[in-house]
Ligand binder design. Structure first.
Ligand code: AHR
Length: 494
C-alpha cells in the first residue's frame, strides 16, 4: 500500500534555497567552451554572449533560480593560484591542469570573470580556496581582494583591474578533498590547517563570510568527528562529497546503455545519500546541538563512463531519466533534512558529470536533470513540512519518495518520485491539519518517460521535458494520485 502523510501544521525549518546550488570546475568543457567563449574569437562571434559568457546558459540557469555557484574546483582548486587569473588576459601565465586531462589552462577565466558570471546569473558566488598547494597569505589576500572596501594593496590591485566596489563574497571553502587530491592530509592535520587558514580569512565591515571546512568523502565518519571536535567552533559549514557510481571505479557504466538491474543499483546507491546525511548529521549533533554548522553537500551526482570518443579526463557524460530520478531522490533527502543541510552543489553544471546542460558549438540542450531542478524550485526558502511515506517496494527499494513545503504565499508543494521502471503507483496523500474542499486548486507538473534511457540530444532536444500532470483528484479528505513509472512530480495546492 502507498500512503503519504504531510503534516501541514508542523512546519518549522526553512529549506535553504542553497540546497539547489551548482558546482563548476576548470574541468573539460565546463568553463571553457561551456560558460566561457571569451578566449575563442570564432566561438565568441558565433555564440551570443555578454563579456564572453554565453547568454543561453545564463538564461536557462536564471529560469531555475540558481542560488549559488561553487568554483574553481574541485581538485583544481588546490592547484589554483588566483593571482594568475587577474589583470590583462594576454599577460596571464598558463599552468597545467594536472587533474583533468593535463591540458594547458590559460587563466583567461579568473576571479573577475567568475564574479561577472555570478552577477549575470543573479546567484551567490562560492569560492573554494587553495589549502593543498597554496599559502595562508594567498587565501587571506583573495578574501581581501574580493571583499575589502577601504584602502589596501589588494583593493588598489582590484581597482587597477577595473573593479572599484568589493563583491562581498560570502561563501568561502577552505580547501577541497584535502584527504585526497587536496594534499592527502590526515583529518587531524587538516583540522589544524583549517583553523590557521580560516583565522586569516577575515570579515571586512559588513562582508561577513561563511567558512566551509572540507568534509568527508562518503562514509568516512571519522573525518567528520575529528573536524567537529577540533575545529567545529571555527566553521559555519562542513562539507561532504558523495557520487552515485553504479559500477566499479574502472568501469562505472554507460550513461545511456544500461539494463533494468543497473537502474536499480543506481537507485540503491543514490539512496545512500539518506544514510550519509543522517549519520554525518548525528555526529555533528554531538558537538553542535543547536545546529549552527550547516552540512554542505558540495559535490553530488552520478559519475558514469565518459561518452565514447571523448577525452577520458573531461568527464563528459549524457544524462537520462535515470539521472532525473537520482536528482529527485537527492532533493527529497536534502529537503527532509533541512534542519542540518544548508547547501548542496550538483557536480557539475555544464558538460561534466551529471550536468543540467550540454553544449555542442552554438547548440545547447537541457538535460532531464535540469527539469528536476525546475520542478523543485518551488521549495526554495519555503518552510519544510514533515512527510511520512509508506511505499510499495520495487527492486528491493521503496518505490516512492517525497518531500513537501509551504511557501511564503501559503501554497503547499509536494514533490514525489516513483523509481519503479514498470509499475505506476496509486497513492493517497493525507494533508494532515488541512480540510480539503472539492474545489481546491491542485496543479501538477511531471517529468517521465516510458523509456529508462530516454535523454535529450542536439537533434532531439525535447525528448524529455516537463508536462502538466492531471492524474490527481480530491478523494474525501485525501488526494488520490497515480504516478506513472519512472516519474518525478511536483503538486501545488493553492
Ligand atoms: O567533480 C569532479 C571531482 O570529483 C572534483 O574535482 C573532486 O573534488 C571530486 O573528487
Amino acid at each position: 500500500m502507498n500512503r503519504i502523510i504531510v503534516k501541514t501544521q508542523d512546519g518549522d525549518v526553512k529549506i535553504s534555497r542553497h540546497i539547489y546550488g551548482h558546482f563548476s570546475e576548470h574541468l573539460g568543457r565546463c568553463i571553457y567552451n561551456g560558460f566561457w567563449v571569451g578566449n575563442d574569437p570564432e566561438a565568441a562571434a558565433a555564440i551570443p554572449n555578454t563579456r564572453g559568457i554565453r547568454n543561453d546558459i545564463v538564461a536557462a540557469l536564471r529560469r531555475i533560480k540558481i542560488p549559488n555557484l561553487r568554483w574553481p574546483g574541485g581538485c583544481f582548486a588546490d592547484e589554483y593560484h588566483w593571482k594568475d587569473g587577474i589583470g590583462p588576459r594576454q599577460a596571464r601565465p598558463t599552468m597545467i591542469n594536472t587533474n583533468w586531462g593535463g591540458v594547458t589552462e590559460d587563466n583567461s577565466f579568473g576571479t573577475h570573470e567568475f564574479l561577472d558570471l555570478c552577477g549575470q546569473l543573479g546567484c551567490e558566488p562560492y569560492i573554494c580556496g587553495n589549502v593543498g598547494s597554496g599559502t595562508v597569505q594567498e587565501l587571506s589576500q583573495w578574501v581581501e581582494y574580493c571583499n575589502f572596501d577601504g584602502i589596501s594593496p589588494m583593493t588598489e590591485l582590484r581597482r587597477k583591474n577595473g573593479r572599484a566596489e568589493p563583491w562581498k563574497v560570502r561563501f568561502w571553502g577552505i580547501g577541497n578533498e584535502n584527504w585526497g587530491c587536496g594534499g592527502n592530509m590526515t583529518a587531524e592535520f587538516y583540522a589544524d590547517n583549517y583553523r590557521r587558514y580560516a583565522t586569516y580569512a577575515r570579515n571586512y565591515g559588513d562582508a561577513r563570510i561563511y567558512k566551509i571546512a572540507c568534509g568527508a568523502s562518503d562514509f568516512n565518519y571519522d573525518w567528520t568527528r575529528v573536524l567537529m571536535e577540533k575545529a567545529g567552533g571555527q566553521m559555519d559549514g562542513l562539507s561532504i562529497h558523495y557520487y552515485t557510481i553504479p559500477g566499479e571505479w574502472a568501469k562505472k557504466g554507460s550513461a545511456t546503455e544500461f539494463a533494468e538491474a543497473e537502474w536499480y543499483i543506481t537507485m540503491q546507491k543514490a539512496a545512500g545519500m539518506d544514510e550519509l546525511v543522517c549519520k554525518h548529521s548525528a555526529i555533528m549533533d554531538e558537538f553542535d546541538r543547536k545546529r549552527r554548522v550547516g552540512l554542505v553537500v558540495d559535490e553530488w551526482g552520478t559519475w558514469l563512463d565518459v561518452e565514447p570518443g571523448t577525452n577520458p579526463g573531461f568527464l563528459y557524460q549524457q544524462n537520462t531519466m535515470r539521472d532525473a530520478l537520482v536528482a529527485g531522490l537527492h532533493f527529497n533527502v536534502f529537503n527532509n533534512h533541512a534542519e542540518r543541510v544548508y547547501m548542496a552543489n550538483i557536480a557539475q553544471t555544464i558538460n561534466v558529470l551529471q550536468s543540467v546542460m550540454l553544449t555542442e558549438g552554438s547548440k545547447m540542450i537541457l538535460t532531464p536533470t535540469y527539469h528536476v531542478f525546475d520542478l523543485y524550485k518551488a521549495h526554495h526558502d519555503a518552510v519544510k513540512l514533515p512527510v511520512y511515506v509508506e511505499s510499495e517496494t520495487t527492486g528491493g527499494l521503496p518505490a516512492l519518495s517525497a518531500s513537501a513545503s509551504e511557501d511564503s504565499e501559503g501554497r503547499i508543494h509536494v514533490s514525489l518520485t516513483n523509481i519503479d521502471v514498470k509499475q505506476e503507483q496509486d497513492l493517497k496523500i493525507e494533508l494532515r491539519g488541512l480540510t480539503l474542499s472539492p474545489s481546491i486548486n491542485v496543479a501538477g507538473q511531471i517529468l517521465s518517460s516510458e523509456n529508462m534511457t530516454a535523454h535529450n540530444t542536439f537533434d532531439k532536444p525535447d525528448m524529455v521535458k516537463v508536462k502538466d500532470f492531471n492524474a490527481v483528484s480530491v478523494s474525501g479528505a485525501r488526494l488520490a494520485v497515480t504516478l506513472p513509472p519512472m516519474s518525478v512530480v511536483t503538486l501545488e495546492l493553492a
